[in-house]
Design a protein around this ligand. Sequence first.
Ligand SMILES: [Zn+2]
Ligand SMILES: [Zn+2]
Length: 146
Amino acid sequence: MNNTKIIDKLKQIIKEKGLKYTKQREVIFETILNCEKHLSAEDIYNLIIQKYPDEKIGIATVYRALAFLEESNLISSISLDKNTRKFETNFKEHHDHLICTKCNKIVEFVSDKIEKEQEKIAKENNFKLLNHTMYLYGICEECSKK
Ligand SMILES: [Zn+2]
Ligand SMILES: [Zn+2]
């Protein structure tokens, strides 16, 4: 799905919920869509003030928009510690995550073996698998050298 179509989904959801359309939500969503990495609210805020200096978006608006986008199933977040959450779009190809608990680095991976094994386990338990999220927590190479 291209970004224009994905943004149309956001517009449709806003309409269905009877909310007023604001450019700000779109700008925030677009920033997440255009970034390969997982972003914190501060990262998103900093990218926006660089790219759209005229929008005058405050950090509180970013937080509210992120809550709305997550509620609407357009983005998801990973809690890294009490103060850090990172967001990514739900329109990326499926992948799982390795998370460093020291520096909050996130590495994405896909393993056919794990995917197949999960299908097998679901089948054995008579589950129709709809989706899954996997976060493996640990210490990355750089942090383990410190
Ligand atoms: Zn690390
Ligand atoms: Zn990811």
